[in-house]
Design a protein. Structure first.
Lengths: 340, 340
DNA sequence: AACATGCGGGACATTTTACGTCCAGCAATT
DNA sequence: AATTGCTGGACGTAAAATGTCCCGCATGTT
């Protein structure tokens, strides 16, 4: 956050969008030569009326010359486009990257924040904020949102906000307790999110890792059963992405299991599962939380992770193919693309 | 038009305003420490509701921490303000200049475009565009607008536009013919303005300079009389500002008169009158057009002139004291202030 | 010469957003 | 305990954005 552009993005967050839209329009006119409003609208994918408003402001700025036979750039418009050329990459570079990631992994949406989470804490927080933003956009009244734990999710939750409180939204932890710092527990994060929006939440008071029999017996508990049903029916799932080995260690898996998943080529971890480089699940276990089939059934799955070091893991989870939205940083995006 | 900022101003013209507003808010919070919404609204001169919307977006950007005991900057907010410090002058330098000019000459409004008209034609056109903008803002339905001639006025008219055609506006030439290029005639400019907006216009088919008897007789003509009455009742007057001697020559004044006004210290010319450095009128003559008393009676008087070389003339006319709005460029503004 | 096409721009109903206004609930201070 | 100042919710109204349709006008085609 040092140069003018970054400051402007902070103070006028809509600016980039508008800037890009108008640049698109000018650029399209530039390449098309004389063109009419209707055909232009189709090309830049705006409704006729919206485009018209844009054209009016562009004309008011003296960038367009509009005649009865169509419109073209004025001299000032041509000059402006020329002057912009060297800046386009700086301005819209991330948007291009977003589109490439989106196409490469068949995602619905990609959001990239500038920087590298590995290098700077600031970027980590920005990543969280971007994630919060995306989640907010994705939510509708009545939604149940299942969230994972982790430091990224924590930073997301800490910056979450809703314009108006939605009392009929539910936040639930996607999985049980992990024996980590309490701040990073899925339970904690679900409650934080709920608190910050006036929504409601449920807690899942079971350990994440269960033996089969313990699983069967605890599922008999009505208080648990109820929450689990809610979790498994969540419309939105938000999760971080981690390195497989680091997560395995943090989960305190028994050495044999660790060796096993390492042998299987486990590379990434997400929502409690381990994935190899092809996005294949190499390890699964009984869980009271969200299962793979619930992920597949969920309406919107949002992955949040950044940093060059996580790029490969991100690519691996995306290959799994059930994420709809990815929120990452520049370094993570580039690295993920490299492993495509 | 080379750097990012200039490009953004072109493509997103409202951006600077928003940027400044939000910067103001942050800055005020910064100096006030913890402060409430109502008192802050009074300080930054916004209604409570508008301020509230701004605060919401600022908070969404993570720049504010709002508690039940008031608001303060978050760490990110403080850092942003710190990062902005070196850029403030570049960003809002002209606004400060505008305010200083406004205060110095008791104007209602000042608009300054960057650059120097003497140096660059581009600035001349920008000056015209800014003038057009100001005029548009000033107009209300039913207004009669009297315009002077000159190249600046020409560039203003050429870029004038209205969002929606106002059939009940009138454009009239403030004075008669001047024997200059037809493009720069007040008549031509009035008609151009009318044409560009769907408004109506009248022409004044008399020479600007008249002997007393010619004046008396021509005013008997009903067609003339009618237009003259309209001119003299104009609510808005738009004029350029020129160097006295240059204009005298262009007007082809007889040598004796020229010598006379020179002796009187004539320095500037505007709406057909000559002013000395104190803003005193040093020469007046019979005119079928706008008279001084009409200027004084007009609701809005807009002066448009730029360039370092015109700075002194601008100061002189502003001293006269009947202009409400000044549109100039950076060089003209600085020079005018120097002669204050 | 008649015609069809595509153009900008006017018009208007409708949706969406912004805004002014008032108030409830809360925390700190008097 | 009362008061003050704070945020955030609520809501009707004003204003802006938008979808939709149409008209007159050039231009190129039949």
């Amino acid at each position: 956050m040092r140069n003018l552009l970054e400051i402007q993005k902070k103070l006028v967050p809509d600016m980039m969008e508008i800037l890009q839209k108008r640049y698109d329009i000018l650029h399209r006119i530039s390449t098309s030569g004389k063109i009419g409003r209707r055909s232009l609208a189709a090309e830049v994918d705006l409704t006729e009326r919206v485009l018209r408003s844009e054209l009016e402001t562009l004309r008011a700025q003296g960038l367009l010359s509009i005649g009865t036979d169509g419109m073209a750039l004025s001299e000032a418009g041509k000059r402006l486009l020329e002057d912009m050329k060297p800046l386009v990459k700086e301005l819209f570079g991330l948007s291009e990257l977003e589109e490439r990631l989106q196409a490469a992994f068949g995602l619905k949406r990609v959001v990239i924040v500038p920087g590298d989470s590995d290098e700077s804490d600031h970027v980590k927080w920005e990543l969280g904020r971007a994630g919060a933003h995306v989640l907010r956009d994705s939510m509708s009244p009545g939604d149940v949102v299942a969230v994972m734990g982790g430091s990224t999710m924590f930073r997301m939750a800490a910056q979450f906000s809703m314009p108006t409180a939605q009392r009929d939204n539910w936040f639930v932890p996607a999985r049980g307790g992990l024996g980590e710092s309490v701040d990073y527990q899925a339970n904690t994060i679900a409650s934080e999110l709920a608190k910050r929006t006036g929504a409601r939440y449920r807690m899942l008071h079971v350990p994440d890792h269960l033996s089969e029999e313990a699983y069967q017996s605890i599922m008999q508990e009505p208080g648990v059963r109820e929450v689990v049903d809610m979790i498994r029916g969540a419309r939105i799932v938000v999760h971080g992405i981690g390195d497989a080995m680091t997560m395995a260690r943090r989960r305190k898996l028994v050495p044999e299991t660790m060796e096993e998943i390492r042998k299987d080529g486990a590379l990434a971890e997400a929502f409690g599962y381990y994935f190899d480089r092809d996005g294949k699940v190499v390890h699964r276990m009984a869980t009271a939380g969200l299962r793979l089939e619930d992920i597949e059934a969920a309406g919107v799955v949002i992955g949040i992770a950044g940093g060059r070091s996580k790029g490969e893991a991100i690519a691996s989870v995306l290959r799994f193919g059930h994420d709809d939205i990815l929120v990452t940083d520049e370094a993570g995006a580039l690295e993920a693309l490299r492993h495509h």
